[in-house]
Design a protein around this ligand. Structure first.
Ligand code: AP5
Length: 191
């Protein structure tokens, strides 16, 4: 089973590369951002609370995310070839929770960090904002999301480094070039 934690700042290409990895390796794809946006669309009370957080570029509480991941893992198809965690974990507490959950479901995962220069992240997200309709794709919120990433998500790199389970790719290149780097890392890590 090939399980990948795909990490990186907003706009680093997690969603784009997840789609390619799913097609190439036949994996399941869990994007916590997509799950949360789906909940917002239902118009539920929970969705309204989530909307309030996401549209300001803040993270949803860790305990809420734990339930989402637990439910997803419990319902993975028996013949699954593995999965991609796209956008989870996003805090050290979530990384610890994920380690616990992986143990519970007898799974292992490698963490791959996609490193992209800040100016490029902003450019990509501003460009996407012209068509995405995402409430968080505007300059002020993008800047805040990047700051939240530095403060709350970046520290997970150390968590995985200490576990000897940290890999990184240079995400500043074209989609195809980044994908080739990911392939190389996965082949190396899973030998
Ligand atoms: P989420 O949906 O995960 O958003 P994000 O992390 O901000 O990431 P993005 O979707 O903006 O970017 P991406 O890295 O996927 O890049 P993409 O491939 O789209 O989360 C949204 C919100 O939900 C969070 O802010 C938070 O509030 C909440 N949330 C989610 N998970 C949570 C969690 N675990 N805990 C708490 N809260 C959580 O690419 C971006 C653009 O760049 C696209 O237009 C793409 O075409 C382009 N692009 C991609 N790669 C390249 C390339 N190599 N060259 C040129 N352009 C490229």
């Amino acid at each position: 089973m090939l399980n990948i934690i795909l990490s990186g700042a907003p706009g680093s290409g997690k969603g784009t590369q997840s789609d390619l990895l799913v097609a190439h390796y036949g994996l399941q794809h869990l994007s916590t951002g997509d799950v949360l946006r789906k909940e917002i669309k239902t118009g539920s009370e929970l969705g309204k609370q989530i909307d309030e957080l996401i549209s300001k570029g803040n993270l949803v509480p860790d305990d809420m995310m734990y339930g989402v991941i637990d439910h997803y893992l419990a319902n993975l198809p028996k013949d699954s070839k593995g999965m991609i965690f796209d956008g989870y974990p996003r805090t050290v507490a979530q990384a610890e929770a994920l380690s616990e959950l992986l143990k519970k479901y007898n799974m292992e995962a490698i963490m791959i960090d996609m490193l992209v220069d800040e100016q490029l992240l902003i450019q990509r997200l501003i460009e996407r904002g012209k068509v995405s309709g995402r409430a968080d794709d505007n300059l002020n919120t993008i800047r805040h999301r990047i700051a939240v990433y530095h403060n709350q998500t970046e520290p997970i790199a150390n968590y995985y480094l200490h576990q000897g389970n940290y890999f990184a790719v240079n995400g500043n290149h074209t989609v195809e070039e980044v994908f080739m780097q990911l392939e190389r890392v996965i082949d190396l890590a899973c030998k």
